[in-house]
Design a protein around this ligand. Structure first.
Ligand code: AHG
Ligand code: MN
Ligand code: MN
Ligand code: MN
Length: 335
């Protein structure tokens, strides 16, 4: 059932009655949502819009870029650069930070994004998304440097994602729990469809790319091995497995019905720290999960406490239902 509360009204209430966000952050989030709407339209057109397939370029992560990775990045940059709320942006698809051009007013926020998450699913019509995170520019500095972005995730002031699936859903936190907004295509607006999202503490469902099993570290092997033993094993219950290969879709499922998601460090080179990016993927998703009562660690430490050493840093990720994340983290301490 839809609530008749639009994203705009939700944000106004967060500003006015709850005092959680200042007006310029509210306006910035409106712009991010508008950009996501536009990316959603491009995704929906698919082959009709000529947006499928690869481009002839690689990003700084060493990945071949898909056309939609580049389109989504452009849409986000163009939508956000002129509004006056931002000082700079950073993206999975750009080598270095993007300064708001001098011809526009400079704001006090920094926006980070994974413009298109789940690139390998674009051409096969499986859910993909946009992940974003907002930080405040440190005070007192003139101009912006990469250093200003290197803040731990606990300093985020807003974070969320927009999933382009059977429905387009925007999921947001400004530190007051997690709210979900479904895009009403006739109205052209995001409508609040769930508030106060909660991840159950226990689960019988895990998400991991099992094809990497031979590369895993021992604590991860032990955890998954116990899950696979089912009722007869030490866990005394059967587990189900899901792996969509779009973090947005896996996290969306966990926010909806619980579960644990892992992309752990493994022995493959060169991604010694894991595959996922701390600042564009792990931080925003970890904050959402924590705001919904779940937990997120890198196997040892709370992800939101990690101080990034560089913009494109990668990290091991274990997130979701609290008791499972705690168990996996304990295994890392023991083994
Ligand atoms: P991206 O498409 O933004 O590069 O991110 C893909 C990530 C993440 O969404 C997903 O969980 C993971 O890569 C899937 O990796 P595998 O293909 O190794 O399973
Ligand atoms: Mn990528
Ligand atoms: Mn991604
Ligand atoms: Mn991406």
């Amino acid at each position: 059932m839809s609530s008749n509360i639009s994203l705009s009204r939700y944000l106004v209430e967060q500003q006015r009655s709850k005092g959680h966000i200042p007006a310029d952050l509210r306006l910035l989030l409106e712009v991010v949502a508008r950009a996501c709407k536009s990316i959603s339209h491009a995704v929906n057109k698919g082959a009709l819009g000529g947006v499928l397939g690869s481009a002839e370029s690689e990003n700084v992560q060493g990945e071949v870029q898909k056309k939609l990775d580049i389109i989504a990045n452009e849409v986000l940059l163009e939508a956000n650069e002129w509004g006056g709320h931002l000082a700079a942006m950073a993206s999975e698809e750009m080598d270095s930070i993007y300064l708001v051009p001098n011809r526009y007013p400079q704001g006090e926020y920094l926006l980070l994004f994974d413009p298109l998450d789940g690139s390998s699913n674009i051409d096969v019509n499986v859910s993909i998304g946009t992940i974003f995170s907002v930080l405040k520019k440190p005070e007192g500095n003139q101009g912006v440097t990469e250093q200003d972005f290197l803040q731990p995730g606990k300093q985020q002031v807003a974070a969320g994602y927009c999933i382009y699936g059977p429905q387009t859903t925007l999921v947001l936190t400004v530190g007051d729990g997690v709210a979900m907004f479904t895009l009403d295509r006739e109205q052209g607006s995001f409508v609040l469809t769930q508030e106060n999202v909660q991840v159950p503490a226990d689960t019988k469902e895990f998400a991991i790319n099992m094809s990497n099993m031979r590369h895993w570290a021992d604590p991860v092997r032990k955890y998954i091995d116990e899950c696979l033993q089912g009722k007869e094993g030490p866990r005394g219950k059967d587990f189900n497995m899901r792996w969509i290969a779009s973090m947005v879709a896996d996290v969306h499922r966990i926010l909806t019905r619980g579960g644990v998601f892992m992309y752990p460090w493994d022995k493959r080179e060169p991604h010694k720290a894991g595959k996922l990016r701390l600042m564009y993927e792990a931080n925003p998703m970890s904050w959402l999960i924590e705001q919904a009562g779940g937990a997120a660690t890198n196997g040892h430490t709370r992800i939101l406490d990690l101080k990034p050493g560089q913009l494109h840093e990668r990290v091991s990720v274990v997130l979701g239902s609290r008791n499972e994340v705690e168990r996996i983290t304990q295994y890392h301490a023991q083994i």
